[in-house]
Design a protein around this ligand. Structure first.
Ligand code: E4P
Length: 230
């Protein structure tokens, strides 16, 4: 499962992109509205950092306006793909944009039926919101399983993108269920790092090595003999 970062913050993308684990990013109007600065500049900077698909969302309700906004957002940067909220008009806009060769991430998909329609409209990604389902006491695991199970037998190329990820368990569930992508907030990426045995193990390895000062000097010397990396 590939990872996108779910954010409107350039600083968060800078930090997590440096880990070398990102394939793309998703923004939405709520996330961008929290940030200072020009949204276009933010989206382009995120594109440069992740070097992969970056979803930028349309906000109009009717298909023609969605298509106009989608074309304009896509023109911002070669990595921008258009995020379209699910609706009748959203499906129509998705068909028009994809026929023009513009990739679409259909968002706010909460059921297998919506995902099946999304796939037939030609969307590259169907964004299924896990956290928001759990918020209303609907089991997100069952819904995502149903979506993956409904799309795969038809051989669709639409990728299931697990969104509204609120904690590391959502990430594992999405991977186990066969989602191609999860878009993860920076806070959850941080939570995914930690394990007490990892911390303890690192400390022990370091202490044992340092108990042999000649080994410390040997490794320093080995490093010093390497050509310096640019
Ligand atoms: C997905 O692309 C959305 O931007 C996001 O995952 C929504 O998450 P939320 O439900 O935590 O707002």
């Amino acid at each position: 499962m590939r990872f996108f970062i779910d954010t409107g913050s350039v600083a968060e993308v800078e930090e997590i992109a440096a880990w070398g684990i990102l394939s793309g990013a998703t923004t939405n109007p709520t996330l961008l509205a929290k940030e200072d600065g020009d949204p276009g500049d933010i989206i382009c900077r995120i594109c440069e950092l992740v070097k992969g698909p970056v979803s930028a969302e349309v906000v109009s309700d009717d298909a023609a306006a969605m298509v106009d906004e989608g074309r304009a957002l896509n023109a911002l940067h070669e990595h921008v793909i258009v995020k379209v909220p699910f609706s009748r008009d959203g499906l129509r806009a998705t068909r028009i944009l994809t026929d023009e060769g513009i990739q679409v991430n259909m968002t706010l998909v909460f059921s297998a039926n919506q995902a099946l329609l999304t796939a037939q409209a030609g969307a590259t990604y169907a964004s299924c919101f896990m956290g928001r389902l759990d918020d209303i006491s609907v089991d997100s695991r069952s819904v995502v399983a149903e979506i993956v199970g409904a799309l795969r037998p038809g051989g669709t190329t639409t990728q299931v993108l697990a969104a509204s990820i609120r904690h590391p368990e959502h990430v594992v569930t999405a991977a186990q269920l066969g989602c191609e992508v999860a878009t993860v907030p920076a806070k959850v990426f941080h939570q995914m790092l930690g394990h007490p045995l990892t911390e303890k193990g690192r400390e022990l390895f370091k202490a044992d090595w340092q108990s042999r000062p000649e080994f410390v000097d040997w490794l320093k010397g080995l490093v010093a003999r390497q050509p310096t990396s640019a």
